[in-house]
Design a protein around this ligand. Structure first.
Ligand SMILES: Cc1cc2nc3c(=O)[nH]c(=O)nc-3n(C[C@H](O)[C@H](O)[C@H](O)COP(=O)(O)OP(=O)(O)OC[C@H]3O[C@@H](n4cnc5c(N)ncnc54)[C@H](O)[C@@H]3O)c2cc1C
Length: 601
C-alpha cells in the first residue's frame, strides 16, 4: 500500500514536471534562431518556402545545407509544445493552437452520424506542420503505387526504381517497432500471420517515428539541425496571403504578400518579400490550392465567380482531392490485453515505465499493427489494429464530430473505464472518390471549403465492405480465439432495418445493406489528403509537371501532399518527405547549372 502511495506521488510529480516542461518549451519557442524581424524594408531571398510541414521542413533543410543562395521559410504557426513529443498524448493537440481545425463541407454520401455531416480535418500549424500532429506511423512505400504513377500518369521520373533512393534518404533515422510481446493483440496478429490461409496478405507490427520515447519527426531530423545556418531565415507566425506574378519576359513568381497579426491589438502588419529564384509552396493539400486560388491562379470561371482577377488560368487547381476513409469497429476481448483504457493509463507503473525507458503505453500511439492485401484481392485494403479498450466519449467526440448517438452505437462499452478490447479500422488503400478545395472568398484568414466527397464512387463503398469482411475473417480466425473477441456491431437506429440481428453475433455475416448503412454513418477521414494540385504532363490533366513546377510558371513549385497523383497505399508522411528530397535535387541542380546565386539576406 505504502509502495503504491509512493508511485502515485511519483505520477503526480511527473504530471507537474510535464506541465513545467510544456511551459518551458513554450517559452523556448520565443527564442528560435535566425528569425527574420520585418522592419518595414523590402526583403529579397533566392528561395522562399511557404509552410514548415513535412515537405517544407525537408526541403528547407536540404537547401539551407547545400545551396549557395539565401532561403526564407515562412510558417503560419509557431513552435509546437512538449505535448507534441509525448506519443500517446498527441490527440490532445487537436483543436488546440497547433491545429488548423478544419471542418469539411457537409458530405453527401457519407458522415451521416456526424454533426451536420461534416468531417473534422485536423492539420498541423507550426514548425513541423502535420508531421508534429500526426500519429507517427511510418510506411516504407509500395512499388505498384509508383509504377501506376509512371504508367497511368506518364510520370517516368517517378517509377519505383527512381524514387527508392529518395525514400531511403527521407526515411526516419530511428524507428520504434511495437514488439511482439507488447500485448495479447500483437501476439494474435503474429500467430495470424503464420496461420492465415491468405498468404499474400502482409502483416506488419507498427513502426513509429519515435526516438527514446519521444516523437522524432522531420522537425528533429531535418529542420532543427540547420536552423542556425547563415543562409537561412525563419518567419514564424506569418501567413502568406498572395502570390504576385509578373508577365514579362516570362510568367514568373516575383513576390509574396505576408501578414503578421499583433497578438495584443489583433492588427495585421502586411509586407512583401521578393523572390529571386524560386517560390516553393509547401502549405499542404488544403492550403496550397487555397493560396493559389486566392492569388488568382486557378480555373478562370471559378475565379470569375469569386470576383478574383485571373493571374494565370490553370483549370485543375483544387480539384482531384483524395483521402483514405476509415471504418472503425469496436471489438471487446474477454482477457486482460493489456489494452489502452483509463485504468492502464492511470497505473503509476505505466508512467514510471515510460519515464525510465520511454516504452509502454505512453511511448506510442496505440496502433499496434496492420494487415493489408494488395495481390489476389479485387481492391487493395488495410485493417489497422488500435489497441484501445475504452474510448473516452468527450475526447473522441470532440476530434471526430460524432453525434452522441452515433458515438455510443459505435462504442457501446464507452462507460467502462477498464474495458479491454481493440478497434479494427478497415479502409481501401486506393479510393476512387475525388473531392475538391475551393474558396468561400479571397481571404486567407478564412478556412477553405474542403470537400473530400467520401464514397462518391460506389467502388469505394464496395471496397470498404470488402475490407470489413476481411477484418471479420481475421478477428474470428483461430489465431484470435484466445482473446475471446466479440465484435460490437453498431446498433444505429437508422440502420435497424438491415440488422444487426442476434445471429450476426455468431455468424459474423451482417448483410451488405447493413454494412453500407454503418459505413455511410460512421466512416471517418484518415487525415491523408492529397492530389489537390496533382502532377502530370499537361495543364489539362494536372497542376504541376513531373518536376513539380506549376504548368506555365517555371519558378513556382509545389512540394507537399497536394502533388500526389493518386493515393499512397499506406501512411503518406515519409513519401512526402521523399518527394521533398527529390525536389531539392532538381532545385540544386538547376542552381549549379545556372552558376552562383546571390546571398541576398
Ligand atoms: C491527425 C493526423 C494523423 C496523421 N497520422 C499519420 C501517420 O501516422 N503517418 C503518416 O505517414 N501520416 C500521417 N498523417 C498525414 C501526414 O502527417 C501528412 O500527410 C503530412 O504531414 C503532410 O505534409 P505536407 O507537407 O503536405 O503538409 P503539412 O505537414 O500539413 O504542412 C503544411 C504547413 O504549411 C503551413 N501553412 C499553411 N498555409 C500557410 C500559409 N498561407 N502561410 C504560411 N504557412 C502556411 C501550415 O501551418 C503547416 O505547417 C496524419 C495527419 C494528421 C493530421
Amino acid at each position: 500500500m505504502k509502495f503504491r502511495k509512493i508511485l502515485i506521488f511519483g505520477a503526480i510529480a511527473f504530471g507537474l514536471l510535464a506541465a513545467l516542461l510544456v511551459l518551458l518549451s513554450s517559452l523556448l519557442s520565443e527564442s528560435l534562431p535566425n528569425v527574420l524581424a520585418p522592419e518595414g524594408r523590402d526583403y529579397v531571398f533566392d528561395y522562399v518556402i511557404v509552410g514548415a510541414g513535412t515537405g517544407g521542413s525537408v526541403l528547407t533543410s536540404l537547401l539551407a545545407k547545400h545551396s549557395n543562395g539565401s532561403v526564407l521559410l515562412i510558417e503560419a504557426g509557431g513552435a509546437f509544445g512538449l505535448l507534441s513529443r509525448i506519443p500517446l498524448l498527441t490527440t490532445f493537440q487537436q483543436k488546440g493552437i497547433n491545429d488548423w481545425s478544419f471542418l469539411s463541407v457537409p458530405q453527401k454520401h457519407s458522415s451521416r452520424g456526424l454533426i451536420e455531416q461534416r468531417q473534422c480535418l485536423p492539420r498541423g500549424k507550426g514548425l513541423g506542420g502535420s508531421a508534429n500532429l500526426n500519429y507517427m506511423l511510418h510506411f516504407d512505400g509500395h512499388a505498384p503505387d509508383f509504377e501506376a504513377w509512371h504508367k497511368r500518369h506518364n510520370l517516368s521520373d517517378w517509377s519505383w526504381e527512381q524514387i527508392r533512393p529518395f525514400l531511403a534518404a527521407a526515411k526516419p533515422q530511428t524507428l520504434f517497432e511495437i514488439p511482439r510481446s507488447y500485448s495479447k493483440l500483437t501476439q494474435a496478429l503474429d500467430e495470424a500471420e503464420a496461420q492465415f490461409p491468405h498468404k499474400s496478405w502482409h502483416f506488419r507490427r507498427s513502426r513509429y517515428c519515435i526516438r527514446n520515447g519521444l516523437r522524432h519527426s522531420v522537425l528533429q531530423q531535418f529542420l532543427q539541425p540547420v536552423m542556425k545556418n547563415v543562409n537561412l531565415r525563419l518567419l514564424p507566425q506569418a501567413l502568406v496571403k498572395r502570390i504576385k506574378l509578373s508577365k514579362s519576359p516570362k510568367l514568373r513568381a516575383t513576390s509574396v504578400l505576408v501578414g503578421i497579426k499583433d497578438e495584443h491589438t489583433n492588427k495585421e502588419h502586411e509586407f512583401s518579400i521578393k523572390v529571386q529564384r524560386e517560390l516553393i509552396l509547401c502549405a499542404g493539400a488544403y492550403q496550397t490550392p487555397q493560396l493559389l486560388l486566392a492569388s488568382g491562379i486557378g480555373d478562370r470561371s471559378t475565379l470569375a465567380k469569386l470576383q478574383l482577377p485571373v493571374q494565370h488560368h490553370l483549370p485543375l487547381v483544387g480539384q482531384g482531392l483524395h483521402d483514405h476513409f476509415n471504418m472503425p469497429l469496436f471489438v471487446s476481448t474477454g482477457v486482460i490485453g493489456p489494452s489502452l483504457n483509463q485504468r492502464t493509463l492511470l497505473d503509476p507503473f505505466n508512467l514510471l515505465n515510460y519515464l525510465s525507458s520511454g516504452t509502454g503505453h505512453f511511448g506510442n500511439f496505440g496502433v499496434v499493427g496492420h494487415v493489408s492485401g494488395h495481390e489476389e484481392v479485387e481492391w487493395p485494403f488495410s485493417v489497422t489494429f488500435f489497441g484501445a479498450g475504452a474510448i473516452d466519449e468527450g475526447s473522441l467526440m470532440s476530434i471526430s464530430n460524432f453525434k452522441r448517438a452515433a458515438f455510443r452505437a459505435l462504442f457501446p462499452r464507452y462507460h467502462n473505464s477498464s474495458q479491454e478490447g481493440f478497434v479494427a479500422i478497415s479502409n481501401c488503400l486506393q479510393p476512387k472518390s475525388r473531392g475538391s478545395v475551393t474558396l468561400l472568398n479571397s481571404s486567407m484568414r478564412r478556412n477553405p471549403l474542403i470537400d473530400p466527397n467520401f464514397l462518391s464512387s460506389s467502388e469505394d463503398l464496395n471496397c470498404t465492405i470488402d475490407a470489413m469482411r476481411h477484418a471479420i475473417q481475421l478477428i474470428t480466425s483461430p489465431a484470435f480465439a484466445s482473446l475471446q473477441p466479440r465484435i460490437h456491431w453498431p446498433r444505429l437506429r437508422e440502420c435497424a432495418n438491415f440488422g444487426p440481428f442476434e445471429r450476426d453475433f455468431f455468424e459474423h455475416s451482417p448483410s451488405d445493406h447493413y454494412l453500407e448503412c454503418i459505413i455511410r454513418h460512421l466512416g471517418l477521414s484518415s487525415h491523408h489528403p492529397g492530389g489537390s494540385c496533382a502532377m502530370g504532363s499537361t495543364s489539362n490533366d494536372s497542376v504541376v509537371d513531373a518536376q513539380l513546377r506549376l504548368h506555365g510558371i517555371n519558378n513556382l513549385r509545389i512540394v507537399d501532399a497536394s502533388v500526389l497523383p493518386s493515393p499512397i497505399s499506406g501512411n503518406p508522411n515519409t513519401i512526402i518527405a521523399a518527394i521533398a528530397v527529390r525536389a531539392a535535387t532538381w532545385i540544386l541542380k538547376s542552381e549549379l547549372q545556372e552558376g552562383q546565386v546571390s546571398l541576398g539576406l
